[in-house]
Design a protein around this ligand. Structure first.
Ligand SMILES: *[C@@H]1O[C@H](CO)[C@@H](O)[C@H](O)[C@H]1NC(C)=O
Ligand SMILES: *[C@@H]1O[C@H](CO)[C@@H](O)[C@H](O)[C@H]1NC(C)=O
Ligand SMILES: *[C@@H]1O[C@H](CO)[C@@H](O)[C@H](O)[C@H]1NC(C)=O
Ligand SMILES: *[C@@H]1O[C@H](CO)[C@@H](O)[C@H](O)[C@H]1NC(C)=O
Ligand SMILES: *[C@@H]1O[C@H](CO)[C@@H](O)[C@H](O)[C@H]1NC(C)=O
Ligand SMILES: *[C@@H]1O[C@H](CO)[C@@H](O)[C@H](O)[C@H]1NC(C)=O
Ligand SMILES: [Zn+2]
Length: 745
């Protein structure tokens, strides 16, 4: 190096030292300035490392043993007293506070002394091939007197006798095939539908619409078993023939007696006869029973796509074949509705600088039976995360923003706890919640991360997954050191294979009301099984066999996958709570909107054009949105972090962006779903639709006798989308834009 340069550097260092000391002194004598300095810094990375270390797999295992030791269905003593008090006490003693919220709501149970069943009823009234009334106990840990027998919540009670008809998955298309292609009249029949593909409530809704008198839901091995039927639980994690999937068939969210208002002491309860409840009796059975009925059906052979993996010829019916041709299917359902009190527990960590901004984390607590996967694998993880964060608090960490933990009740019945709280606290959460991070179950399998989120959170998800150690030693040996590495390899995005796939949020869990009613940006994460298995869900879903034995022996030996989920959840929370500027990616939102428009253009474009309709207004709005997003992004990069008002202003714009996609009138008039870009698919609540209002207007449009009305509807939906995107764009602009004000003063 040149000598002069070296001397110059020494001189520079000396000057810097003096300036440094001066700044230090100045800061000490001016505490306000040092406070501003501290407030302008992101969280110390040491706390992230400490959090990862503090989260213990063995602690999660212990939690799971506790939470899934007894059945804890919504409304039960175990659920609403034992578990609620446990969580409340833990959080009261380790966080800054905890509170229990109570709601008296409509639930539904089978009759413990008079179980539901199905059977073949002969001409002279003799029942045969009666289905199991209880799920067979396969090991002593399932033997508990409080197990609730298989049922579908909110089914009306009733005894139905009718001709059986096999309806495949019970989708609209399946029913259309029967009634249009086969010209069948389904009035008065008993539909036998297999679980899978769509939300079970939609199956029942379709059955009702197409005239069925009742429905039997069963799990076909094609959707819940891979390999031989002798290698199922307890030997392997596949569903045994005695397992039946419980689950709600309610099509709305929240207490059905108080739609859009909380079921608190002041609530006005609608009469049961005036509310939207399923109208046909329905109950679930296992495949050991289903095969007895399906094998005896008459009628034509089912199309190949309708065939499951039972060793029979699948037929459609209606009715039974000889010698049962005079027999009927009998459905005996004693399920009934009951008013009960359910509880949410909130735990609170108060933020240091922005305590009125909440990063919200939630998991539901209620299970159909033991719930060792759904939801207690998530509860066990949440309790370990709060324990680890309480240790950080002891070590001096204090988040910039507040963190709110929610243990929701009665999710399984129809997102009831979370929806009631959003109704009660919506004004507060709607104005203060930064984001909602949901973990329902921690794992459905141990192959890869599976994440759902709105586009604004994708970037944060990637960054988080890169920071979390891969829990699979084989994957680490193969060079994939982080959760991200396996994720991007197993689940590459279809747009860009260098990025992992992030799915869209349907209405499968408690994020629904946050996103769809309040417009709070949301994400949902879990570990998932390998997608090479075309399973409809993890095999033991909502059966009595979802026990800690299943999880600890066959799905996550050592609990390292749970640990990874806790770290992902915690790391995301830490970033959202501690970063000065929210790590929200508005440009990604713009790019996603462009992609959706392109997809919509290629699927509907020609049909729209035939009717002289274009998507030009939407494309224009997306263009404005992209420009505004880039503009906001560049202001984010230039923001003066030491000016708390400027920081707050930018953060408010980022945080409010999702809110601007909410249409208070609901998507296509459905007030449960108000997000104009994403809402649950009208025919399958589990899945999400992009531009759901337009999707709904276009669905099966050819067969609508009133073409003019339908195309008017299409035009209206396109206009709503264009308007909404343009208004969202305007929220990202500088303050002066609205009044034509100049930024020069
Ligand atoms: C909810 O009920 C529990 C148990 O009865 C009670 O301790 C608690 O104070 C109630 N919470 C509220 C907010 O009313
Ligand atoms: C379940 O437990 C009860 C009471 O302990 C016992 O009588 C019964 O035999 C057990 N059933 C099974 C299938 O293990
Ligand atoms: C179907 O059958 C029922 C009676 O079983 C009858 O009332 C109804 O009109 C029929 N529907 C059609 C479309 O034929
Ligand atoms: C399927 O059923 C047929 C006829 O009942 C029987 O011969 C065959 O062994 C069965 N296959 C399996 C795999 O059970
Ligand atoms: C992961 O799950 C598979 C079943 O899909 C199971 O065979 C395997 O043992 C599990 N791994 C661990 C570590 O539990
Ligand atoms: C579309 O516009 C063309 C030209 O203006 C017109 O001839 C045609 O009838 C229109 N089609 C429809 C479906 O309105
Ligand atoms: Zn769940």
């Amino acid at each position: 190096m040149h000598r002069m340069k070296v001397l110059g550097l020494i001189a520079l260092a000396a000057v810097s030292l003096v300036i440094g000391i001066l700044i230090g002194r100045f800061a000490i004598t001016h505490p306000q300035l040092s406070w501003l300095k501290r407030m302008s810094k992101d969280g110390d990375p040491k706390y992230s490392r400490q959090l990862h270390q503090e989260i213990q797999a063995e602690e999660i295992h212990k939690n799971l043993q506790f939470f899934s030791s007894r059945p804890h269905i919504a409304g039960s003593f175990q659920e609403e007293e034992v578990l609620v008090n446990y969580i409340n006490n833990k959080w009261k003693s380790s966080l800054h506070g905890a509170k229990i919220y109570n709601y008296t709501v409509l639930l539904s149970y089978p009759d413990a002394n008079d179980p539901n069943y199905v059977a073949i009823l002969s001409e002279n009234g003799v029942e045969s091939e009666v289905s199991d009334k209880v799920e067979k106990i396969l090991s002593p840990d399932q033997n508990d007197s409080t197990v609730v027998n298989p049922f579908n919540a909110y089914s009306p009670p009733g005894v139905i006798v009718g001709d059986p008809v096999y309806v495949n998955y019970g989708t609209v298309e399946d029913f259309q095939y029967l009634t249009r292609d086969l010209a069948m009249n389904l009035t008065g029949t008993v539909a036998i539908a297999r679980y899978g593909k769509i939300f079970r409530g939609d199956k029942v809704g379709n059955g009702e619409k197409f005239g069925c008198a009742g429905m039997i839901l069963y799990s076909d091995p094609a959707d819940y078993v891979v390999g031989s039927l002798d290698k199922v639980y307890p030997e392997d994690w596949w569903l045994p023939g005695t397992g039946a999937q419980r689950g709600t068939v309610l099509l709305t969210n929240g207490d059905p007696r108080t739609p859009f208002y909380p079921s608190t002491n002041s609530a006005f309860y609608l009469d049961e006869k005036d509310i939207e409840l399923p109208k046909i009796p329905v109950t679930p059975i296992g495949y050991n029973d289903a095969v007895k009925y399906l094998s005896k059906l008459s009628g034509i052979e089912a199309p190949s796509k309708w065939k499951g993996n039972l060793n029979i010829t699948y037929r459609i019916g209606p009715g039974f074949a000889s010698p049962y041709e005079k027999s009927k299917m009998k459905l005996y359902v004693k399920t009934h509705n009951v008013q009960r009190t359910i509880r949410n527990v909130f735990g609170f960590i108060e933020g240091e600088y922005e305590p009125d901004r909440y990063v919200v984390l939630g998991n539901h607590r209620d299970a159909w039976v033991f719930g060792a996967i759904d939801p207690s694998s998530g509860t066990a993880t949440m309790m370990e995360l709060t324990r680890a964060l309480s240790k950080l608090l002891q070590k001096g960490w204090r988040p910039r923003r507040s963190i709110l933990f929610c243990s929701w009740g009665a999710e399984e019945y129809g997102l009831i706890g979370s929806t009631e709280s959003i109704e009660e606290l919506g004004k507060v959460l709607g104005s203060r919640a930064v984001a909602y991070l949901n973990v329902d179950l921690s794992l459905a399998g141990n192959s890869t991360l599976r994440a759902l989120a709105t586009p604004i959170l994708h970037k944060l998800l990637y960054a988080t997954a890169k920071k979390v150690e891969n829990p699979n030693p084989e994957e680490v040996r193969a060079g994939r050191k982080s959760v991200y590495d396996t994720w991007v390899k197993n689940q590459p995005s279809s747009q860009d294979p260098n990025l992992p796939r992030v799915g869209e949020l349907g209405s499968g869990s408690d994020y629904s009301s946050f996103l769809q009613i309040l417009g709070v940006s949301a994400a949902d994460v879990r570990y998932n099984y390998d997608q090479k298995y075309s399973l409809s869900s993890y095999p033991m879903y909502h059966s009595v066999y979802e026990t800690v034995d299943l999880v600890s022996r066959l799905m996550d030996r050592g609990f390292y996958y749970h640990q990874a989920v806790a770290r992902i959840w915690g790391e995301m929370a830490l970033r959202l709570a501690d970063d000065v500027i929210l790590n929200f990616d508005c440009v990604q939102y713009a790019e996603t909107l462009q992609r959706i428009v392109n997809e919509v253009q290629s699927s509907y474009g020609p049909k729209l054009l035939q009717n002289n309709i274009t998507l030009n207004s939407v494309k224009e709005a997306v263009g404005e949105f992209l420009e505004a997003a880039k503009n906001l992004q560049s202001r984010v990069e230039k923001v003066n972090r030491e000016n708390p008002l400027e920081v707050r202003k930018i953060n408010d714009q980022l945080m409010q962006l999702e809110r601007s996609f909410i249409d208070p009138l609901g998507v296509a008039g459905n007030l449960h779903y108000r997000h104009v870009i994403y809402a649950p698919n009208e025919h399958n609540q589990y899945a999400a639709s992009s531009f759901p209002g337009l999707a709904s207007a276009m669905f099966d449009i050819e067969n609508d006798p009133n073409q003019e009305r339908r195309w008017q509807q299409v035009k209206k939906e396109i206009s709503i989308i264009a308007y909404t995107i343009a208004s969202a764009a305007s929220t990202m602009q500088e303050h002066g834009t609205i009044g034509g004000g100049s930024t020069k003063h």
